[in-house]
Ligand binder design. Structure first.
Ligand SMILES: Nc1nc2c(ncn2[C@@H]2O[C@H](COP(=O)(O)OP(=O)(O)O)[C@@H](O)[C@H]2O)c(=O)[nH]1
Ligand SMILES: Nc1ncnc2c1ncn2[C@@H]1O[C@H](COP(=O)(O)OP(=O)(O)O)[C@@H](O)[C@H]1O
Length: 209
């Protein structure tokens, strides 16, 4: 059977800034190399150790506009005053060839992706409380106080979209949240992709129509 009959899974993880999305997805990828990340494009400036092409493709507003014009984005959105987008090429070819892809994007982008990929699995990560969200943003030490305030204000709006998602993970104890994320990925694979292919062979051997 060709890979085209068994496209890969698309996982979309969104969360208010500081909830732990990047840490959870990074830990998942260390355990499961079959989930492929997609590198987004952004108009924001690189922080600290960030490298072009690794965390993001850092582009100018004009370059971003050109990609929008060329319909190169699967989705894009304005987040915390900058634009971010997922290029179609980064995702479509890999899904079509049977690979699983994970997107770490904001809720607006997640809802756009679902319109294109109806089978995308949408996962929302929540912090256990406002106090904890604020202290994680402060402890991360990457953002100025006014940027943290903006992110907290935006978090309130993002959280109103929680119920649009297929799964919600509360990231209180990190290991517990990681277990939940792994469980979601595993359950989806049992429904589709590699496992589905293996089951098709078993079904044929057992003459199950
Ligand atoms: N819609 C969309 N959002 C993105 C994309 N890439 C990153 N984001 C989101 O933009 C927001 C800000 O990301 P970033 O500046 O890296 O900060 P942080 O993730 O909050 O530390 C986060 O909510 C990201 O998930 C993308 O390609 N599309
Ligand atoms: N369960 C957790 N308990 C305590 N701290 C956490 C937990 N998950 C993540 N963090 C920390 O919170 C900060 C924000 O996490 P990060 O993954 O950067 O969030 P996001 O990608 O959602 O903005 C980081 O310093 C991270 O180490």
């Amino acid at each position: 059977m060709s890979a085209m009959e068994y496209p890969g899974n698309l996982f979309v993880v969104a969360a208010p800034s500081g909830a732990g999305k990047s840490s959870l997805v990074k830990a998942l990828r260390e355990l499961d190399s079959a989930v492929n990340p997609s590198v987004s494009h952004t108009t924001r400036a690189p922080r600290g150790q960030e490298k072009h092409g690794r965390e993001y493709f850092f582009v100018s507003p004009a370059e971003f506009d050109a990609m929008v014009q060329a319909e190169a984005f699967l989705e894009w959105a304005n987040v915390h005053g900058h634009r971010y987008g997922t290029s179609k090429r980064a995702v479509e070819e890999r899904i079509a060839s049977g690979a699983d892809v994970i997107l770490e994007i904001d809720f607006q982008g997640a809802l756009q992706v679902r319109k294109v990929f109806a089978n995308a699995v949408l996962i929302f990560i929540l912090p256990p409380s406002w106090e904890e969200l604020r202290s994680r943003l402060e402890r991360r030490g990457e953002d100025a106080p006014e940027v943290i305030e903006l992110r907290l204000q935006n978090a309130a709006e993002e959280m109103t979209q929680t119920r649009e998602f297929d799964y919600v993970i509360i990231n209180e104890l990190f290991e517990r949240a990681l277990f939940d994320l792994k469980a979601i990925v595993h359950a989806q694979r049992l429904r589709y992709s590699a496992q589905r292919r293996a089951r098709a062979d078993t079904f044929a051997a057992l003459n199950i129509p």
